[in-house]
Design a binder for this molecule. Sequence first.
Ligand code: HEM
Length: 458
Amino acid sequence: MTTGSAAIRQEPPVKSCPPGPQGGGLTGDLREFTADRLGTLSRWAREYGDLVSARFGPRRILFVNHPDLVEEVLVHQNRKLIKHYRLRQAKRTLGEGLLTSEGDFWRAQRKLVQPAFHREKIAGFAELMVDYALRLVGTWGEGRELDVQAEMMRLTLQIVAKALFGADVGGESADVTAAMETLMHNFEASSALPIIIPQWVPTPSNLRTGAAIRRLNRVLYRIIAERRKDGEDRGDLLSMLLQAQDEESGRRMTDRQLRDECMTLFLAGHETTANTLSWAWYLLAKHPEAAAQLREELEKVLGGRRPTLADLPRLPYTEGVVNESLRLYPPAWIVGREAAEPIELGGYRVDRGTTLFLAACAIHRDPRWFDDPDAFRPERWAGGFQQRIPRYAYFPFGGGPRICIGNSFAQMEVALVIASIVPRYRLELAPSARVEPLASMTLRMTHGLVMRVERLAR
Ligand code: HEM
């Protein structure tokens, strides 16, 4: 006889495979996906629902399109998951830094690095963010056309280098930028391939990647060695990392660990922020009424002076612009994981080795959570909007234990750079501008962002 409680305990059967496209051949659904990654993700979400199964070459991929399932992955089942195969590839560059390491090693490193990113610690970087933004626009003169994506990349690279290492990377900065670009470019090219070519195979791309890593290593190890020698606390992130010590074991980081964390912070900390800024400039140029409202808020609160960290709480529209840019064009357009053991997700069995892609770019534009989801409306964030949507309907910085460590740093940087530039310059799309999203390692623009910058009369 079945008792009432047994009947209640009966769970729905776990199903084996969610619906999805059925691409055949060697590459499966990879070709359709690579041809238009953002468009395909939205289409698959519409056609197949909250959990979509696809095949990329030999790999089974599940695309996750619902906030509750995102929470399940990032928070509740986090311990059963590891970073996905593409990110593991990045270990060649990032080593065992925070972004790529796993398990107890990651936990110990996160504990050591976290204090350097506490609010009061990073508050000290606000002034240098404004300094660098103003120094950059100082080179723009009265008005001309330039690639604002490249300018933002230069700016955020300088800011993160200064925050990390104090002294400018200076004479080596062109070398560092070129090496970073090589790494990004080769990573992008390899992600369109159905298989991963091992790094020891001497393809031109692997050789270029190796040379770029050696160039960056030279710079990083030189800086670390100089710091160890002079032992001075310069108040930058590297000083904090050098001093960081595990409370129980007394352990400090080795040169190799310092190198891996610096490389990770350097890479993770500039391209994403530059993209956010570039998309914000693009969206503001496309929406002159929003740009005018932003300028009005900044004029009212700042009255022509430099912005400071203390001003940010009084700039809600500016915050709305940042949030809306991150919503429509999340730099981390997918967040990936791999099942290290079998799990259950949304009523489906997920086998060990399955890749999970959390589709921020699709969820952020889902009409279930956002009215008129493709519209740029900074004012939607007013009045506690974020508290009224599901927690993971908006997750530009990921979530759970592996949430972006630079989250507050980045939000402060984007807001301060915008608040420094908008009162001084008008940025308009140049007639020749061709803006197309490029969903690569991060979400940037294929042809850059050619804009006409014009100094405003004060
Ligand atoms: C708008 C700018 C940024 C965006 C959108 C962003 C986004 C993200 C996301 C989504 C993750 C989670 C990845 C995952 O779970 O697999 C992440 C992790 C990380 N981010 Fe950011 N990030 C930004 C800026 C920064 C900055 C400025 C820094 C450092 C200065 C930084 C350092 C890191 C690190 C170290 C991790 C790995 C954390 C861990 O696993 O412990 N990020 N970021």
